[in-house]
Design a protein around this ligand. Structure first.
Ligand SMILES: Nc1ncnc2c1ncn2[C@@H]1O[C@@H]2COP(=O)(O)O[C@H]2[C@H]1O
Length: 415
């Protein structure tokens, strides 16, 4: 039986938090205004509160008040907005009790706000429902570029992790999705707390990122972007609100790509890569006995890694923490003994190496060097142990192959 005046069971915490916030707002306003008639003042206050709420501004009340108290010196509207958003997002260690001018337990008053904000968040790019077959066809190139701009963009895109692995054909498709925009000195490109709708690359000019210094509640420049730099990538990728305000320091030029197009690029690439890897792994003899699910799990754990001709991939005697599958290019297995280097085998696409040290828990038996530009799929020791259980059994069953293999290595070491 519930004897309390309110029937608040499931959402009790939320209710208490909201009540705390309302009381805090009211107390602060009453104490700073010191009205003659507190009852009338209360009516007006709550009337305004309802009005704000119905116009969607309710959530700003609390942060407005705290912002005014924390940094009354900030009057500039841009800076004020950053400060308010910072408080709303609850990134700052605002101590509500300190702010409160009378002793009521107002714990986590702003957590309700934070929760309601995060409820309003869109799904992350990775979790949005997608149809890869559809997105594969849904590139909408609209901004054709001259050769000079294409080359510039290609270079700049290399700094964006998610776009690094595009092949030439994919790069071509993505280039025309970037729209060029002019910016003016002082123009706000994105506001703190905004949704992330674009990724930007700087073509010309300089841009600054502004945030709140939580030690003194002053707005400060936290980053500067120049030709070739990009911003908003992570917010876009993980679908977070913007964590800084970006302002144009002079007249400039930006390339921007829409969230939806960027998302399609990623989804499409991930899908294509997955299909390609599944097919590739089917050609790797050691994995023949894996079923489709096991193979798919491995695909998700693979990390793409490139080596140029002559680069050492594995050094003999080193501790091992991964193995490799060769997707493209060739790798030479070399053994070093008495200062002499001897080639043992050249491995090409579809082959793997680096598994012995993991199986036997020993240092690398030989070195592995890229013969030409090589594209490898790397599997960590952790994933190897977790996912290759079936293969380890196969390896044991195929002990003869491995014995011969090991003996071969031993012979080289002994001679
Ligand atoms: N004779 C060989 N033929 C092909 N691959 C080899 C040979 N000797 C060593 N390797 C590979 O080279 C790798 C070096 O690191 P690991 O010892 O972890 O695993 C080794 C094998 O995958």
């Amino acid at each position: 039986m519930n004897n309390r005046p309110w029937n608040i069971e499931a959402n009790e915490q939320e209710f208490v938090n909201e009540l705390s916030m309302i009381l805090q707002d009211f107390a602060y306003e009453a104490l700073t205004t010191k009205p003659q008639d507190i009852n009338r003042f209360a009516i007006t206050h709550f009337h305004n509160r309802i009005k704000h709420k119905s116009t969607g501004q309710g959530a700003t009340l609390h942060s407005d008040i705290i912002a005014n108290r924390l940094a009354p010196q900030i009057t500039n509207s841009i800076e004020k907005n950053i400060l308010k958003q910072s408080i709303k997002e609850n990134n700052s260690p605002v101590d509500d009790k300190q702010l409160l001018p009378f002793p009521v337990d107002l714990h986590s008053a702003s957590s309700t706000l934070t929760r309601s904000i995060s409820h309003n968040r869109r799904q992350s790019i990775r979790s949005e429902s997608i149809d890869p077959e559809l997105t594969a066809k849904s590139f909408t190139p609209t901004h054709t570029k001259n050769q000079n701009d294409r080359q510039l963009l290609i270079n700049y895109m290399k700094n964006i992790v998610i776009l690094q692995d595009l092949n030439d054909e994919e790069v071509d498709k993505v280039l025309d999705l970037f729209e060029e925009i002019h910016t003016q000195q002082g123009e706000i490109i994105i506001n703190y707390g905004d949704d992330s709708d674009y990724l930007f690359i700087v073509k010309e000019g300089q841009f600054e990122a502004l945030d709140i210094d939580k030690r003194n509640w002053q707005v400060k420049e936290v980053a500067k972007y120049e030709m070739g730099d990009h911003f908003c990538e992570l917010a876009l990728l993980y679908n977070q609100k913007q964590s800084t305000t970006i302002r144009s320091l002079n007249d400039g030029l930006l390339w921007k790509i829409k969230r939806i197009d960027y998302r399609n690029v990623i989804v499409n690439l991930a899908h294509q890569r997955r299909c390609r890897y599944i097919e590739f792994l089917k050609t790797v003899p050691i994995l023949y006995e894996l079923n489709d699910t096991e193979r798919m799990n491995i695909v998700d754990s693979l990390k793409l890694i490139y080596y140029n001709a002559g680069e050492i991939i594995i050094k003999q005697g080193d501790k091992a923490d991964c193995m490799y599958f060769i997707e493209n290019g060739n790798v030479r297995i070399e053994i070093q003994q008495n200062g002499m280097k001897q080639s043992m085998k050249d491995l090409g696409p579809g082959k793997y190496f680096g598994e012995m040290a993991l199986i036997a828990d020993q240092p690398r038996t030989t070195s592995a060097v890229a013969i030409d530009k090589t594209r490898l799929a790397q599997l960590s020791r952790h994933a190897f142990e977790r996912l290759l259980g079936t293969c380890l059994d196969i390896m044991k069953r195929n002990a003869t192959t491995y014995k011969t293999f090991k003996e071969q290595v031993k012979t080289y070491i002994q001679t």
